[in-house]
Design a protein around this ligand. Structure first.
Ligand code: AVJ
Ligand code: FE
Length: 442
């Protein structure tokens, strides 16, 4: 779409807002009111909180900050401020009941579409290229992923359904691909709806490395389990081992052993663990331990991004592994179109110039990197989006999962979480140095 034409940009924004709301509606209409207000896990908000929080953030950023309107219901603001109340306590707040939450979000949206029709899309940082509207569409889609995590955690019969993803295609992949030494441009100054932590663009020079051509599969992960990986402290960091012991980890979340077989619960269905699918619902500690068991390591965030974006022929960083075109269904498993990752080796059209697949979509990929600001980072438009989380306690995940919408996914997008977390749609791939880092005997 031509984003320089204001009429077309308005249409694109409206379409993104409407797409996000359709997904929100599906996730919040699939269960009854009792389940909307229930606490399915102390790690998650009740679904009805996400619903009104989506509307409240939209009101704040678009109607109040851009439109200059007065608050519609100032008394509810503290209820939906993510920093006021931890998720585990939100079920006990005097939240808007489901019908009121829906009506509030709907009312905000109607006023936002009116504002959009009358708004210039330049002349102020929140307006330029429609950034504020794009940020709000991404925010709603991020909560749609959060709500899908809540659905995965809820017990009871299945209420969501989607067709299966495409099969592996184009012949067997090599196990790993070589990324030669050299600089590339990490982050962006030009991506119009990139969030603050993706900026600014900067050059990063990397030694040569090998990267798995696809995410680690359930089959490979089962060999780690069968080889006693969860019982051998050699593979774990001290913090990881302490956590593995205290939390009693023996397999990815939602896995259960029945005889010789591993089963997994997925959105209300119990099924055998599919060997050819990327492993899902592992913590950073488990991913890191697997990599050490395999004689490898997690990639750094920069290594992930170079493999996903750098076009060595043009020495230029692309928006996506396949180029600059927005993700289509042929490129990547995104947008909750399928409610599971595609088998390892799917999406040949999404391959990067170095030959790596499924970098975008399927599973979030843990990296070895702590979440920090790039050189020259400046928080915008609010420091609670990412700056307050910078530091060694959060690890970066890259690439997006099947639950992430295209509008909230690109080669520069950064996610982060605690290394113990695994209710998220997290997997990983591994890497190794192409040459020894320090000189040794040969
Ligand atoms: C980027 C996924 C870590 O869910 O905490 C939603 C996104 N920020 N509302 C989160 C977010 C504010 C954020 N993550
Ligand atoms: Fe939020």
């Amino acid at each position: 779409a031509d984003r320089t034409d204001p009429a077309l940009l308005r249409e694109l924004i409206a379409a993104e807002l409407i797409a996000a709301r359709e997904r929100t509606a599906q996730l919040t209409e699939a269960v009854d009111d009792a389940e909307l207000v229930a606490q399915h896990s102390p790690l998650m908000s009740p679904l009805v909180w996400d619903l009104a929080h989506i509307g409240n953030q939209e009101e704040l950023w678009l109607l109040r900050n851009i439109g200059g309107r007065d608050p519609m219901r100032p008394e509810i603001d503290p209820l939906y401020d993510a920093f006021e109340h931890p998720r585990s306590e939100r079920p006990r707040l005097p939240l808007l009941p489901p019908a009121e939450a829906r009506a509030y979000a709907h009312e905000v949206r109607g006023r936002v579409l009116d504002l959009l029709a009358a708004s210039p899309l330049e002349g102020a940082p929140l307006l330029d290229a429609g950034f504020g509207f794009g940020m709000v569409a991404q925010h709603e889609q991020q909560h749609d992923e959060t709500m899908l995590i809540t659905h995965q955690l809820r017990s009871g019969p299945a209420v969501l359904d989607a067709p299966p993803p495409p099969a592996a295609a184009g012949g067997p992949l090599p196990a790993e691909v070589l990324v030669p030494a050299g600089p590339f441009t990490m982050g962006t100054d030009t991506e119009p709806w990139a969030l603050d932590n993706e900026r600014p663009a900067h050059r990063v020079d990397l030694p040569a490395y090998w990267l798995d051509s696809a995410p680690v599969s359930n089959g490979a992960y089962q060999r780690f389990i069968a080889d006693g990986g969860y019982d051998d402290p050699r593979w774990w960091t001290p913090e990881g081992w302490a956590h593995r012991m205290s939390a009693g980890l023996v397999a990815p979340l939602f896995w259960r052993r029945e005889g010789a077989q591993w089963l997994r619960r997925r959105f209300g269905h119990l099924e055998p663990v599919p060997e050819d699918e990327p492993v899902l619902h592992v913590s950073w500690y488990e991913a890191d331990a697997y990599a050490r068991w395999a004689g490898r390591r997690l990639p750094t965030e920069a290594e992930w991004e170079k493999a996903a974006r750098h076009d060595p022929a043009a020495d230029r960083s692309r928006r996506f592994p396949w180029g600059d075109a927005p993700p289509g269904p042929e490129h990547a498993n995104l947008g909750q179109r399928h409610l599971r990752p595609a088998p390892v080796g799917a999406y040949p059209e999404g391959e990067s110039p170095y030959g790596a697949r499924q970098l975008i979509g399927d599973v979030w990929e843990w990296t070895s990197s702590d979440f920090t600001g790039y050189p020259g980072f400046s928080a915008w438009p609010y420091k609670e989006y990412s700056e307050v989380f910078f530091g060694p306690e959060y690890k970066v995940l890259r690439g997006g999962s099947f639950a992430v919408a295209p509008v909230a996914c690109r080669g520069t997008f950064r996610n982060w979480d605690y290394p113990v977390r695994r209710q998220i749609f997290s997997g990983f791939r591994t890497a190794r140095d192409a040459e020894p880092r320090t000189g040794g005997g040969s």
